[in-house]
Design a protein around this ligand. Structure first.
Ligand SMILES: [Zn+2]
Length: 273
Protein backbone atom coordinates (compact mmCIF):
# COMPACT_ATOMS: atom_id res chain seq x y z
CA UNK A 1 0.00 0.00 0.00
CA UNK A 2 1.30 3.41 -0.93
CA UNK A 3 1.91 5.68 2.02
CA UNK A 4 1.78 8.89 0.00
CA UNK A 5 -1.23 10.28 -1.86
CA UNK A 6 -1.22 12.61 -4.84
CA UNK A 7 -3.33 15.69 -4.20
CA UNK A 8 -5.03 18.10 -6.56
CA UNK A 9 -5.97 21.69 -5.68
CA UNK A 10 -8.66 21.52 -2.97
CA UNK A 11 -10.09 24.89 -3.97
CA UNK A 12 -10.66 24.42 -7.72
CA UNK A 13 -9.83 20.74 -8.40
CA UNK A 14 -6.94 21.43 -10.80
CA UNK A 15 -4.27 18.71 -11.04
CA UNK A 16 -0.94 20.58 -11.01
CA UNK A 17 1.38 17.57 -11.36
CA UNK A 18 2.97 18.96 -14.53
CA UNK A 19 3.58 22.37 -13.01
CA UNK A 20 6.98 23.14 -11.47
CA UNK A 21 7.35 22.80 -7.72
CA UNK A 22 7.23 26.00 -5.69
CA UNK A 23 10.44 27.35 -4.17
CA UNK A 24 9.02 26.35 -0.80
CA UNK A 25 9.33 22.65 -1.56
CA UNK A 26 11.75 20.84 0.74
CA UNK A 27 13.48 17.49 0.37
CA UNK A 28 10.95 15.08 -1.11
CA UNK A 29 7.98 17.31 -0.19
CA UNK A 30 6.46 19.06 -3.21
CA UNK A 31 4.70 22.37 -2.60
CA UNK A 32 2.57 23.47 -5.55
CA UNK A 33 0.90 26.78 -6.38
CA UNK A 34 -2.26 26.08 -8.37
CA UNK A 35 -2.00 27.38 -11.92
CA UNK A 36 -5.70 28.29 -11.93
CA UNK A 37 -6.55 29.72 -8.49
CA UNK A 38 -3.05 30.15 -6.95
CA UNK A 39 -3.82 28.04 -3.87
CA UNK A 40 -0.61 26.68 -2.29
CA UNK A 41 -0.58 23.09 -1.05
CA UNK A 42 1.50 19.97 -0.43
CA UNK A 43 1.02 17.74 -3.46
CA UNK A 44 2.44 14.47 -2.09
CA UNK A 45 0.97 14.06 1.37
CA UNK A 46 1.41 11.17 3.81
CA UNK A 47 -1.76 9.17 4.48
CA UNK A 48 -3.36 9.10 7.91
CA UNK A 49 -1.76 5.89 9.15
CA UNK A 50 1.68 7.27 8.42
CA UNK A 51 0.77 10.54 10.11
CA UNK A 52 -0.17 8.68 13.24
CA UNK A 53 3.02 6.66 13.35
CA UNK A 54 5.72 9.00 12.10
CA UNK A 55 4.52 12.57 11.89
CA UNK A 56 2.25 12.90 14.89
CA UNK A 57 2.34 16.37 16.36
CA UNK A 58 4.14 15.53 19.57
CA UNK A 59 7.04 14.18 17.52
CA UNK A 60 7.34 16.69 14.68
CA UNK A 61 6.83 19.91 16.61
CA UNK A 62 9.82 19.16 18.82
CA UNK A 63 12.05 18.21 15.88
CA UNK A 64 11.10 21.25 13.79
CA UNK A 65 11.75 23.62 16.65
CA UNK A 66 15.11 22.06 17.47
CA UNK A 67 16.11 22.28 13.80
CA UNK A 68 15.13 25.94 13.63
CA UNK A 69 17.00 26.74 16.82
CA UNK A 70 20.13 25.19 15.40
CA UNK A 71 19.82 27.10 12.12
CA UNK A 72 18.94 30.51 13.50
CA UNK A 73 19.23 30.68 17.28
CA UNK A 74 18.86 34.47 17.49
CA UNK A 75 15.85 34.78 15.17
CA UNK A 76 14.19 31.82 16.84
CA UNK A 77 14.71 33.38 20.26
CA UNK A 78 13.08 36.64 19.13
CA UNK A 79 10.27 34.72 17.51
CA UNK A 80 9.68 32.69 20.71
CA UNK A 81 9.73 35.87 22.78
CA UNK A 82 7.23 37.64 20.51
CA UNK A 83 4.96 34.61 20.70
CA UNK A 84 4.96 34.78 24.49
CA UNK A 85 4.21 38.51 24.42
CA UNK A 86 1.42 38.03 21.91
CA UNK A 87 -0.08 35.21 23.92
CA UNK A 88 0.16 37.12 27.15
CA UNK A 89 -1.04 40.54 26.13
CA UNK A 90 -2.80 40.48 22.83
CA UNK A 91 -4.66 37.37 21.83
CA UNK A 92 -5.03 35.48 25.04
CA UNK A 93 -8.77 35.68 25.06
CA UNK A 94 -9.52 35.46 21.35
CA UNK A 95 -10.79 31.88 21.19
CA UNK A 96 -12.73 31.86 24.50
CA UNK A 97 -14.29 35.20 23.48
CA UNK A 98 -15.31 33.92 20.06
CA UNK A 99 -16.79 30.78 21.62
CA UNK A 100 -18.89 32.56 24.22
CA UNK A 101 -19.96 35.19 21.68
CA UNK A 102 -21.00 32.79 18.91
CA UNK A 103 -21.77 29.31 20.32
CA UNK A 104 -25.15 28.58 21.92
CA UNK A 105 -25.12 26.35 25.02
CA UNK A 106 -24.85 22.66 24.17
CA UNK A 107 -22.44 20.20 22.58
CA UNK A 108 -19.12 21.56 21.29
CA UNK A 109 -16.58 19.67 19.20
CA UNK A 110 -12.85 20.48 19.02
CA UNK A 111 -11.23 18.80 16.02
CA UNK A 112 -7.53 18.15 16.58
CA UNK A 113 -8.04 18.75 20.30
CA UNK A 114 -4.67 17.44 21.52
CA UNK A 115 -4.95 16.75 25.24
CA UNK A 116 -8.24 18.67 25.44
CA UNK A 117 -6.86 21.97 26.77
CA UNK A 118 -9.45 24.13 24.98
CA UNK A 119 -12.31 21.77 25.87
CA UNK A 120 -11.29 21.68 29.50
CA UNK A 121 -11.60 25.46 29.74
CA UNK A 122 -15.05 25.75 28.16
CA UNK A 123 -17.83 27.26 30.25
CA UNK A 124 -20.20 24.92 32.08
CA UNK A 125 -22.94 25.61 29.52
CA UNK A 126 -21.00 23.49 27.02
CA UNK A 127 -20.53 19.71 26.81
CA UNK A 128 -17.05 19.07 25.41
CA UNK A 129 -16.22 16.56 22.65
CA UNK A 130 -12.90 16.15 20.87
CA UNK A 131 -11.19 14.27 18.06
CA UNK A 132 -7.46 13.65 18.14
CA UNK A 133 -5.33 11.54 15.79
CA UNK A 134 -2.54 11.00 18.32
CA UNK A 135 -3.34 8.07 20.58
CA UNK A 136 -1.02 9.43 23.23
CA UNK A 137 -2.56 12.91 23.38
CA UNK A 138 -6.16 11.70 23.14
CA UNK A 139 -5.67 9.26 26.02
CA UNK A 140 -4.30 11.99 28.29
CA UNK A 141 -7.34 14.22 27.72
CA UNK A 142 -10.13 11.67 27.61
CA UNK A 143 -10.43 10.97 31.36
CA UNK A 144 -10.92 14.64 32.23
CA UNK A 145 -13.33 15.30 29.36
CA UNK A 146 -15.43 12.24 30.25
CA UNK A 147 -16.01 13.69 33.69
CA UNK A 148 -17.65 16.66 31.96
CA UNK A 149 -20.07 14.46 30.06
CA UNK A 150 -18.25 14.36 26.73
CA UNK A 151 -15.40 12.31 25.28
CA UNK A 152 -12.32 12.46 23.09
CA UNK A 153 -12.25 10.08 20.13
CA UNK A 154 -8.92 8.73 18.99
CA UNK A 155 -9.41 9.06 15.24
CA UNK A 156 -8.56 11.01 12.12
CA UNK A 157 -10.81 14.04 11.74
CA UNK A 158 -13.01 12.83 8.91
CA UNK A 159 -13.93 9.39 10.27
CA UNK A 160 -14.17 10.79 13.81
CA UNK A 161 -16.66 13.48 12.79
CA UNK A 162 -18.62 10.92 10.76
CA UNK A 163 -19.32 8.97 13.98
CA UNK A 164 -21.60 11.68 15.35
CA UNK A 165 -25.27 11.92 14.43
CA UNK A 166 -26.49 14.84 12.36
CA UNK A 167 -27.23 18.16 14.07
CA UNK A 168 -25.47 17.06 17.26
CA UNK A 169 -23.30 20.14 17.84
CA UNK A 170 -23.93 23.82 18.57
CA UNK A 171 -20.36 24.68 17.69
CA UNK A 172 -17.19 23.24 16.19
CA UNK A 173 -13.64 24.48 16.78
CA UNK A 174 -10.72 23.87 14.43
CA UNK A 175 -7.81 25.80 15.92
CA UNK A 176 -4.53 25.17 14.04
CA UNK A 177 -6.03 22.09 12.46
CA UNK A 178 -7.33 22.63 8.90
CA UNK A 179 -3.81 23.24 7.56
CA UNK A 180 -3.14 19.56 8.38
CA UNK A 181 -6.26 18.13 6.75
CA UNK A 182 -5.78 16.28 3.44
CA UNK A 183 -9.50 16.64 2.60
CA UNK A 184 -10.53 20.01 4.05
CA UNK A 185 -13.72 20.36 2.00
CA UNK A 186 -14.77 16.78 2.85
CA UNK A 187 -14.23 17.54 6.52
CA UNK A 188 -16.15 20.83 6.32
CA UNK A 189 -19.02 18.95 4.67
CA UNK A 190 -19.09 16.56 7.64
CA UNK A 191 -19.00 19.52 10.02
CA UNK A 192 -22.00 20.97 8.20
CA UNK A 193 -23.88 17.68 8.69
CA UNK A 194 -23.20 17.38 12.43
CA UNK A 195 -23.94 21.04 13.20
CA UNK A 196 -27.39 22.19 14.26
CA UNK A 197 -29.16 24.77 12.13
CA UNK A 198 -27.55 28.11 12.91
CA UNK A 199 -24.57 26.29 14.49
CA UNK A 200 -21.16 27.94 14.06
CA UNK A 201 -17.68 26.82 13.25
CA UNK A 202 -14.55 28.69 14.36
CA UNK A 203 -11.45 28.10 12.26
CA UNK A 204 -7.91 29.33 12.94
CA UNK A 205 -5.20 28.63 10.35
CA UNK A 206 -1.83 30.13 9.38
CA UNK A 207 -2.24 33.00 6.91
CA UNK A 208 -0.05 32.42 3.87
CA UNK A 209 -0.47 36.11 3.03
CA UNK A 210 1.18 37.18 6.28
CA UNK A 211 4.04 39.66 6.08
CA UNK A 212 6.18 37.30 8.15
CA UNK A 213 5.94 34.64 5.41
CA UNK A 214 7.12 37.17 2.85
CA UNK A 215 10.06 38.18 5.07
CA UNK A 216 11.15 34.78 6.34
CA UNK A 217 10.39 32.75 3.22
CA UNK A 218 10.75 29.02 3.74
CA UNK A 219 11.73 29.60 7.38
CA UNK A 220 8.27 31.01 8.17
CA UNK A 221 6.69 29.21 11.15
CA UNK A 222 3.68 28.31 8.97
CA UNK A 223 5.77 25.85 6.96
CA UNK A 224 5.88 22.36 8.45
CA UNK A 225 6.94 19.41 6.35
CA UNK A 226 5.01 17.27 5.70
CA UNK A 227 2.27 17.81 8.27
CA UNK A 228 0.98 21.14 6.94
CA UNK A 229 -0.70 20.30 3.65
CA UNK A 230 -2.80 23.44 3.01
CA UNK A 231 -1.49 27.02 2.94
CA UNK A 232 -4.61 29.17 3.08
CA UNK A 233 -5.00 32.83 2.22
CA UNK A 234 -8.13 34.75 3.30
CA UNK A 235 -9.50 34.20 -0.21
CA UNK A 236 -8.97 30.42 -0.36
CA UNK A 237 -10.19 29.90 3.21
CA UNK A 238 -13.37 31.77 2.36
CA UNK A 239 -13.77 29.75 -0.84
CA UNK A 240 -13.70 26.32 0.82
CA UNK A 241 -15.91 27.39 3.72
CA UNK A 242 -18.55 28.55 1.23
CA UNK A 243 -18.03 25.46 -0.93
CA UNK A 244 -19.10 23.36 2.07
CA UNK A 245 -22.34 25.35 2.39
CA UNK A 246 -21.49 27.77 5.19
CA UNK A 247 -22.04 31.52 5.27
CA UNK A 248 -19.49 33.89 6.75
CA UNK A 249 -20.49 35.08 10.21
CA UNK A 250 -17.32 36.98 11.23
CA UNK A 251 -14.21 37.59 9.14
CA UNK A 252 -13.18 41.17 9.89
CA UNK A 253 -9.92 42.90 9.03
CA UNK A 254 -8.65 42.20 12.56
CA UNK A 255 -9.27 38.48 11.99
CA UNK A 256 -7.12 38.28 8.86
CA UNK A 257 -4.65 41.18 8.75
CA UNK A 258 -1.19 40.31 7.37
CA UNK A 259 0.74 41.35 10.50
CA UNK A 260 -0.41 38.16 12.19
CA UNK A 261 0.84 34.70 11.16
CA UNK A 262 -2.69 33.37 11.65
CA UNK A 263 -6.26 34.21 10.69
CA UNK A 264 -9.66 33.41 12.15
CA UNK A 265 -13.06 32.89 10.58
CA UNK A 266 -16.45 32.23 12.15
CA UNK A 267 -18.87 30.57 9.73
CA UNK A 268 -22.52 29.64 10.21
CA UNK A 269 -24.83 26.90 8.95
CA UNK A 270 -27.73 29.19 8.11
CA UNK A 271 -29.12 27.46 5.04
CA UNK A 272 -29.96 24.00 3.77
CA UNK A 273 -27.59 22.47 1.22
ZN1 LIG B 1 -6.79 25.75 -7.73
Amino acid sequence: MSTIIHRVCVVCGKDNRHKNDSKYSKNEWKIKKCSVCRFVYLENAPIYELLIKDFAWEKTSGTEKAERKKREPFKQAISDYLKIIRKRYLKRDKLPKLISLHFNAGNVLDIGCGTGGILNNLGSQYVPFGIEISEYLSAIGNDIIREKGGRILHSDALSGTAKFEKKFFEGIIMSAFLEHEIEPVGLLNECFRVLKDNGKIIIKVPNYNSINRAIRGSKWCGFRYPDHVNYFTPKSLLAIVKEAGFSVHQFNFSDKHPLSDNMWIVAVKDKIK
